[in-house]
Design a protein. Sequence first.
Lengths: 240, 441
Amino acid sequence: MTVLLSLSGVTAFYGAIQALRGIDLIVEQGEIVTLIGANGAGKSTLMMTICGNPRARAGQIVHDGQDITQWPTHLIMRRGIAQAPEGRRIFSRMTVHENLLMGAEVAGRSDISRLLEQVFALFPRLKERIAQRGGTLSGGEQQMLAIGRALMSRPALLLLDEPSLGLAPLVVRQIFGAIRELNRTTGLTVLLVEQNAYQALRLAHRGYVLVNGSITMAGTGAELLARPEIRAAYLEGGHT
Amino acid sequence: MPGVIALRDAFLSAIVALGLFGPLVGLVTVTGDHGLALRARPIATAAVVGMVFFGRLMILAWRGQSPRKTNRALAERIARAGKYITPLLLVAAFALPFTGSRYYIDLGTLVLTYIMLGWGLNIVVGLAGLLDLGYVAFYAVGAYSYAILATTFGLGFWTCLPMAGILAALWGVLLGFPVLRLRGDYLAIVTLAFGEIIRIVLINWVSLTNGPNGITGIPRPTLFGLAFSMDGGPGTFGEFFNIEPEVIQRIIFLYYVIFGLALLTNWVSLRLRRLPLGRAWEALREDEVACRSLGINVRNTKLTAFGIGALFGGFAGAFFATRQAFVSPESFTFIESATVLAIVVLGGLGSQLGVALAAIVMIGGLEVLRDLLSILGDQLHSPFFGDIANELPLYRMLIFGLALVVMMVLRPRGLVSGRTPGVALTKTKEIAPELVAQGRG
């Protein structure tokens, strides 16, 4: 397997506050890798740092053999990396259709219809809602839209930031099912940030545990699930 | 008990009205024997307070009968009427000069100038969501560009028009750079300052702009090289068409020039909204972070919005200069920016029709109100109202302000608040792939 994305010794700051303390992380082609951790551990920061906002202060981010550490965000996103950001951030006054078209802005306009059909095949609900404004969708549909919008740029690497946030267990299962399906059929590489550790570790091939801006544990999903300290810290209170 | 509550409510409103109108209406200064003296007008005050009292009662009674839902019905009716309003307005605007009344054509020209400014600013504020309080700066740059180019190099209007637009767009981009990272209030303050800076530079750079005295003798536009001069000599409009030269011909020509320019602005805005660039502007207004994460170059997108908005401001400015044949810094005060912004906000951010309607109401309506009030004042010459009839036209700003407040209460998101999608679906459920490929699905 080839390495698609690698981070080595990456640090990031918000002003004077250090949010990431030397992150080493590897995502291989075709993998689903998950990053779990408590609130404020730096999961979302890590995701945003990969996208160049905030920029890494030290260390190196290499994507597909190219050092992208100092690249501006919009150019990073044009390299086949797509993000469904935390809190979905869909364009609420624009229609579902327009939201999806915004995602295709990077890819060019050549085969938009085929891309749309792919997204609709994955999330049939979006097709029903195509003319509706983004803001009028339910939480689950908005998350589907955020993922669908990211997929419209034909990414090789999909970054998902807490897709389960505020969603009912059934909807979470549906969305995770879609991610697994995508990975299996198209070989899409996924880096998934999650609070819902149980679901995320079951879905992922490998996982990293982030505590206070440092990676404390790494391993396959099954390995991490079996670790007693993981069970104690992230899985108490029942599985959903 | 609703009756008692309504009475108490109306009574409280009347007390507030008394406090407000007591000094405004109830007292008048007269020139007495020993200088100025105050005279009380209890009857007029009582009439106004009474109007408020019964008006409030009526509103409460009406509201009690039809709770809510009227707003939605109204919105739907406006949306449906919108289909007919647009062609109707176009025909009316086209036919206006045939009335032959100089007053109405002049008023129409003024309204169209503001419609054009509104549409230009709408690109920046309505579509891209960048609150610009200094739009008058680009209007000024356009006006002075034409004035200076025409008076120093002897260039004609049609040569200078694109140059004025480009210069204004350049300033738009220049302003855009330092404010790229600002949003909302902060952006508003910086753009406000920019508008003032331009005006102060115009006042103080006497060698170029002739300072507060302004620039006179700006040439009028020609119709394919035919001038509209009164002497009827060779190469003039009157000579070519073999008709008696009249001032009204030039007025009508100017009207059609601004009509064309406004239509151009509208056409470009509508086209842009369907293109990826226009969609990116709207997405930028919704969520800048999401835009960036979708690979949109936020800097360029913002700068093009500032640039294209300023371009149309510059066109309108050049037209203003040629119509007045005179420009001075006084014409480019903050109140102009505020008026144009009010037109955009009142019309409903992002709505082309709304902006046009708001400009008609705000600019045209205010004039019509002045006339109406003078006519009403003439009719009211009775001892009961006394000299309040003479002052009636002076109340137009008060009435206008009241209308704005009522409007914001009834339609807080502007006259035409519904946003039409840039890509409209022909069918709701099924979309044909070939339509999508063309960007229409």
